[in-house]
Structures are given as structure tokens and as C-alpha cells.
Write a protein that binds this ligand. Structure first.
Ligand SMILES: [Ca+2]
Ligand SMILES: [Ca+2]
Length: 158
């Protein structure tokens, strides 16, 4: 037990910084947010986050929405103007869900006139540099936002 705690602390020193967040993440409220520089489709973005034990960011509460708006002010605006986040309506048109738990999206920070499902359909959620949401085609290539929990918020079971 003592040994495992020491190992955890060593890992913490090596891999965690920025308010208990992994390297490259921004501390944002009770979250760690990663703003990618690379771009991908929504599915690629989702896989990328999961590869790093994170998930596409889900602004499913006022607190989380405020956290991303604040964090967006400190990162360079993407050349594409928007980042993919973890909402979609690709199973049932117009029925938006947060993908991790497949729960309905009940809050709303959509850009005026959205979700628009424009052209041949827009089924994936993105967030603008100003923090408002837009539905966009899932096969577009955008940078994206991953979320994970800060080190201090992880329960240590032992
Ligand atoms: Ca749609
Ligand atoms: Ca749209």
C-alpha cells in the first residue's frame, strides 16, 4: 500500500501539472480540457480522446459551459473557427445526445439559427471560439476538445 502510494506520487510528479491536469491540458473549473491542434472527423476526434483516457468535451451543465468559455479565451482561435465536442444527433435527427452516456442534451447554447441540419445534414456538435454551439457535418475535419478529470478529483481506492 505504501509502495503504491509512493508510485502514484511519483507518477503525479512526472505526468501531472497545471492544476492537477495532464501535460498539455488546461485546468478549467473542475475539469482538464485539451484543445487539439490537429484536426479530424468527429469519429476520429472521439477515438483520439479515448486513446488518452479522455473523452470529447461535453458542456452538459452551466458550470461546464462557463469553464469552456473561459478556457477558449486563453487558446488561439482555430483556423476552422470551431472545435468538435461530444454531442450528436446522428442516431435520430433532431434528438441531440451527449455521446459518453447517450443522455439527451437538455441545456442550450446554440448559435442563433442552429441546430440547422444544413445541406445534406449536420449531425455533430462543435463549439465556436465564443463558446456557442453549432451543428456541423460529422465528416468535416476540425480540431476538437477532450476532457478529463484533474488529479486531485480522482478517487484513490486503497
Ligand atoms: Ca442533424
Ligand atoms: Ca449548423
Amino acid at each position: 500500500m505504501v509502495v503504491s502510494v509512493v508510485i502514484l506520487l511519483l507518477l503525479a510528479n512526472v505526468h501531472f501539472s497545471h492544476g492537477g491536469c495532464p501535460e498539455g491540458y488546461h485546468a478549467a473549473g473542475h475539469l482538464c480540457l485539451f484543445f487539439s491542434e490537429i484536426t479530424g472527423t468527429w469519429a476520429e476526434a472521439n477515438s483520439y480522446c479515448r486513446t488518452f483516457s479522455a473523452s470529447l468535451f461535453e458542456p452538459n451543465s452551466d458550470e461546464r459551459q462557463k469553464a469552456v468559455v473561459t478556457a477558449l479565451q486563453t487558446v488561439p482561435a482555430p483556423s476552422h473557427g470551431e472545435f468538435f465536442i461530444g454531442g450528436s444527433d446522428f442516431f435520430v435527427e433532431g434528438h441531440w445526445i451527449w455521446s459518453t452516456e447517450s443522455v439527451p442534451v437538455t441545456n442550450s447554447h446554440w448559435l442563433p439559427g442552429n441546430p440547422s441540419d444544413s445541406n445534406i445534414g449536420e449531425d455533430c456538435m462543435a463549439v465556436s471560439a465564443g463558446g456557442q454551439w453549432n451543428d456541423i457535418a460529422c465528416d468535416r475535419h476540425l480540431p476538437f476538445i477532450c476532457e478529463t478529470e484533474p488529479w486531485g478529483d480522482v478517487d484513490i481506492i486503497g
